[in-house]
Design a protein. Structure first.
Length: 103
């Protein structure tokens, strides 16, 4: 039997992590197309890091794929955790791009 003090915590966890369609707790999911593209472009950009323009184009591809994933999570995430993860990723990516341009 749970104590009354634990009920608000349980409700908060349910609200934050419960998938609204299946009812399962969802923190992470198997990567989808956007994340696979991000990983592939990132690896290719890292391997081509000394090739100037090619590395820049591959980095742009990685940024676009990650922004696509983050925007999709922000708009269609299955719970507040996933939508927040998308929002934080978009802010982080925008910051990273800004810092890259300033350098």
């Amino acid at each position: 039997m749970s104590s009354p003090a634990r009920k608000p915590v349980r409700r908060a966890v349910d609200w934050m992590f419960r998938d609204r369609t299946t009812g399962a707790i969802t923190v992470a999911q198997w990567p989808n197309l956007q994340l696979w593209l991000f990983a592939a472009f990132s690896l290719a950009a890292w391997l081509a890091r000394d090739r100037g323009e090619l590395a820049s184009w591959l980095t742009l591809g990685a940024d676009i794929a990650l922004a696509w994933w983050a925007a999709d999570e922000l708009l269609r995430g299955v719970n507040p955790w996933r939508r927040g993860l998308g929002a934080v990723t978009l802010v982080g990516l925008a910051t990273l791009i800004t810092l890259r341009r300033a350098a």
